[in-house]
Design a protein around this ligand. Structure first.
Ligand SMILES: Cc1cc2nc3c(=O)[nH]c(=O)nc-3n(C[C@H](O)[C@H](O)[C@H](O)COP(=O)(O)OP(=O)(O)OC[C@H]3O[C@@H](n4cnc5c(N)ncnc54)[C@H](O)[C@@H]3O)c2cc1C
Length: 475
């Protein structure tokens, strides 16, 4: 029986309950009709709502910005939207300029950049977009690129998490290794929302910095000759390859020292500098809005209407790539606006395997001529020690395949998945894949994860069908 969730009123902090509960993710690959949706005004209201739902036998799932491609945020129980739990709670600075900052779990990353920037701080690495909430982003292992800078969960040093009975537990990296608190921290900082609803996240952040971004069209074969050298050629290197061509766009982001950034700031403060800056901004707008979004949408619609033209479209897209160089605050160059909707599958493969993986994708594509107007993306990450991190215990390369939202993606994604799996790849928890807990057991300490889940959530309040599939049922 489907129940609608009753409208709770806590006199001081009324919960807001959505009139309609239907929900769909950004990529239109997952939808839900939860029994209810609540938007708690503060942590106490959140704790109260979680406890009441659990007591009534409802499952509970927090939702972030809906930017996962997998049904990871889906529930038929209570969906918790933390849009009111946003903002900065505390900043603890150190002498060296780094800091620990505590932010409320529903804070969007684009909001966080400004909160941190206003205090001379920044996250050390970010993914490709900043629409996500901080809790949603860490929960699926969102990452960027760079040989020395890990994914977002590696930047988390503490969380507050609401358990089924409404208690709020603060756990952190400072808890004794092996203690129940430390183990809860491990699954809370990257655990698909399966140990509770995060109300706050504490991050290790660094002094605000600028990046120099160099984009260049290059040949795929040059990358394939020595992928490691490419990965090491910048602090944050990534590339896009257009299937059906031998062309890639390389993107090298290097962190500027404060002196370099200041010199650049001085140069652009004069009249000549301002004119150059204006030119750069106009060019950036044309590149980012017109080429990367507007024209790209047109190209994808054309490929949808006439799939046979896709190879030609890709050749034109690859030829349209031009070299450019920019300098800007880190978050502006890490993150992009993605207005053309797509589906994505991404696997973390051992870094040593990335050349072969890309070669095999190219060979499969050559054999089949599959219409794929979206590029393949390659990024890098250092080995880390987060229990459910896709980069756990091994140097990693990420290879992502995409498909335009109006085109069928199954053949391309299935072929790519077979190649990724043969390379011992691990799927991104938030991107489309077909792996199960049995497939993933040799990659992660799933028994430990299940033990922690059973301890804090014996009734499986925070489980859903996706977590049952990929982590196994914990009850
Ligand atoms: C255009 C686009 C670009 C992307 N780029 C990248 C990229 O560069 N790198 C990368 O790694 N990924 C990328 N992703 C994937 C995305 O970062 C992740 O899927 C991320 O989890 C989405 O965050 P969200 O806030 O939308 O969370 P949702 O997708 O809404 O939820 C994700 C998970 O977090 C849980 N959750 C949310 N809030 C809480 C909370 N308060 N407490 C407990 N659990 C919670 C949900 O229950 C769910 O399990 C991209 C996705 C899109 C659509």
């Amino acid at each position: 029986m489907t129940r609608r969730w009753c409208l709770w009123q806590t006199p001081a902090v009324p919960a807001t309950v959505a009139a309609t509960t239907a929900w769909e993710n950004w990529a239109r690959t997952a939808s839900a009709s939860p029994a209810g949706v609540v938007r708690p005004r503060d942590e106490a209201a959140l704790a109260d709502q979680v406890a009441r739902a659990a007591a009534e036998g409802l499952r509970v799932r927090a939702r972030g910005a809906g930017h996962s491609f997998t049904p990871v945020a889906v529930t038929d129980g209570l969906q918790v939207d933390l849009e009111h739990l946003a903002g900065l709670e505390a900043v603890e600075r150190r002498q060296d300029g780094t800091a620990r900052v505590t932010v409320l779990a529903g804070t969007r990353l684009y909001h966080l950049h400004h909160l941190l920037g206003a205090r001379g701080l920044a996250m050390t690495n970010l993914g490709d977009i900043d629409r996500q909430t901080i809790a949603g982003a860490i929960s699926t292992g969102t990452h960027g690129t760079g040989l020395r800078h890990g994914g977002l969960a590696t930047q988390v040093c503490g969380v507050r998490v609401v358990l089924p009975d409404g208690t709020v537990r603060a756990v952190s990296v400072d808890d004794a290794p092996g203690s129940p608190e430390r183990e809860l921290f491990e699954v809370a900082r990257l655990g698909l929302g399966t140990v509770g609803v995060l109300s706050a996240v504490t991050l290790e952040v660094v002094p605000a910095f600028w990046l120099r971004c160099r984009e260049r069209p290059e040949r795929l074969d040059a990358f394939l000759e020595d992928p490691d050298a490419y990965a090491a050629s910048a602090d944050h290197a990534e590339l896009y390859w257009f299937p059906g061509t031998r062309s890639i766009l390389t993107i090298r982001n290097d962190r500027l020292t404060p002196d370099d950034a200041a010199r650049w700031g001085t140069e652009r403060s004069g009249l000549k500098g301002r004119v150059r800056l204006l030119g750069q901004e106009v060019r950036g707008l044309v590149d980012d809005e017109v080429i990367a979004n507007g024209l790209f949408e047109v190209a994808n619609r054309l490929a949808t209407a006439a799939p046979g033209l896709t190879a030609g479209i890709n050749r034109v897209s690859a030829r349209a790539l031009a070299a450019r160089e920019r300098v800007a605050p880190s978050y502006q160059l890490f993150c992009h606006k993605r207005r053309v909707r797509f589906r994505e599958q991404e696997y973390a493969v051992p870094r040593a395997a990335v050349g072969d993986v890309v070669r095999e994708l190219a060979a499969w594509h050559r054999r089949t001529g599959e219409p794929v107007p979206f590029p393949v993306e390659v990024r890098f990450a250092p080995s880390d020690d987060v229990w459910l991190s896709t980069a756990r215990d091994r140097d990693t390369a990420y290879v992502a395949v995409h498909q335009y939202v109006r085109m069928q993606y199954r053949r391309w994604f299935d072929a790519a998945e077979a190649i990724f799996v043969a390379a011992d790849g691990r799927p991104h928890w938030g991107k489309l894949h077909r792996r199960t807990a049995a497939d993933l057991a040799h990659h992660y300490p799933l028994d430990d994860v299940a033990r922690v889940r059973r301890t804090v959530d014996p009734g499986g309040v925070f489980a859903n069908a996706y977590s049952d599939t990929v982590l196994g049922a914990a009850t």
